[in-house]
Design a binder for this molecule. Structure first.
Ligand code: ZN
Length: 119
């Protein structure tokens, strides 16, 4: 696979997804093959950050000492406009079906994508 795009996991404010050159499937988590058809021929693209809330989960108990200062915080599943689904942080009042846009914030010392409602 050629030319990896740097994304937020490396501290850059970008969300990157993969698209399969074989079947056209899109996926968020970086794999060496397409989860739909098994093809290793994947391209990486930068996402716009726009999407729709698929599910939300308000976290009220900290999993680690580093996250204690942040509770309660919302973990959301977002269907990106590009056709992949990703998990990220988001505003506590987000509801299923809300249109959202991604920005980036610091969470427990790391850069993370963060979704807020678009008007
Ligand atoms: Zn495929």
């Amino acid at each position: 696979m050629s030319g990896r795009i740097v994304d937020w996991t490396k501290g850059t404010e970008a969300i990157v997804y993969q698209t399969c050159k074989g079947c056209g499937a899109r996926q968020y988590f970086r794999r060496s093959f397409c989860a739909a058809c098994g093809s290793p021929d994947l391209a990486e693209r930068r996402a716009s950050g726009a999407g729709t809330v698929y599910a939300t989960s308000l976290v009220c108990r900290a999993a680690t000492p580093e996250t204690r200062a942040h509770v309660p915080y919302n973990i959301v599943l977002v269907d990106a406009d590009e056709g992949f689904r990703m998990m990220a942080h988001g505003d506590n009042d987000l509801a299923i079906g809300d249109k959202v846009a991604a920005r980036f914030t610091q969470f427990a010392g790391r850069l993370v994508p963060y979704f807020a409602k678009t008007k």
